[in-house]
Design a protein around this ligand. Structure first.
Ligand SMILES: Cc1cc2nc3c(=O)[nH]c(=O)nc-3n(C[C@H](O)[C@H](O)[C@H](O)COP(=O)(O)O)c2cc1C
Length: 178
């Protein structure tokens, strides 16, 4: 049976090495349009993004994560995914809201044949404080937001095998009863 979305999701793999191709701002803007359609709890739309293209700033953001942050250094764009957590009512599902939007970004990137990787920030440490605090301070993000993760994007600099039906953990799906 035709399943366009499965074709996209099985091809998407985490890409951590990038080529030097420059991604048009227009493509980034189309990717962000997809993110903005992601569902959010109660439709509060509490997820905000900083799109970073400046290479020096990308390197500084990477340094805000002690372990593994430098993997974003070769990316052509980094999307900082943050959620408005000041309002407790809107913040109940902040992780879910940010994660769904990030997954949308990962799929949108794959649609353009580009590579991407989720780089985790929540509960990670930077040089002096938490990664979240250090990234918000670098980017001038006001209080009341929490950074969940980054999505690093670039030309695919490594080839990864697409998933096929045999890779799927079909035993994880239960019908009617466990
Ligand atoms: C919540 C979450 C956190 C992740 N954190 C990182 C990370 O900090 N660094 C990284 O390189 N990959 C990270 N990943 C990517 C996973 O390692 C990757 O999705 C997994 O190994 C499966 O590989 P695939 O994406 O190619 O299917 C994260 C993924 C998720 C969903």
């Amino acid at each position: 049976m035709k399943n366009d979305l499965y074709e996209l999701t099985r091809t998407r793999r985490s890409v951590r090495r990038y080529g030097s191709e420059h991604i048009d701002d227009e493509i980034i803007s189309e990717i962000m349009k997809v993110a903005l359609t992601a569902p959010t709890s109660f439709g509060h739309k509490p997820v905000e993004y900083v799109v970073v293209r400046d290479k020096d700033m990308i390197r500084k953001i990477g340094a805000c994560k002690q372990m593994g942050g430098s993997q974003i250094n070769g990316a052509d764009a980094v999307i900082v995914v943050m959620v408005k957590t000041a309002d407790k009512r809107q913040a109940e599902f902040w992780i879910e809201d940010g994660a769904i939007a990030s997954a949308y970004i990962l799929l949108a990137v794959e649609q353009y044949g580009l590579g991407a990787c989720w780089v985790h920030i929540r509960n990670r440490m930077g040089q002096r404080g938490t990664s979240d605090q250090e990234i918000r301070s670098l980017l001038g993000v006001p209080d009341g937001y929490t950074v969940l993760n980054l999505v690093a994007i670039g030309e695919k600099g490594e080839t990864k095998k697409a998933y096929t039906d045999v890779d799927l953990h079909t035993e994880n799906v239960h019908y009617e009863k466990y």
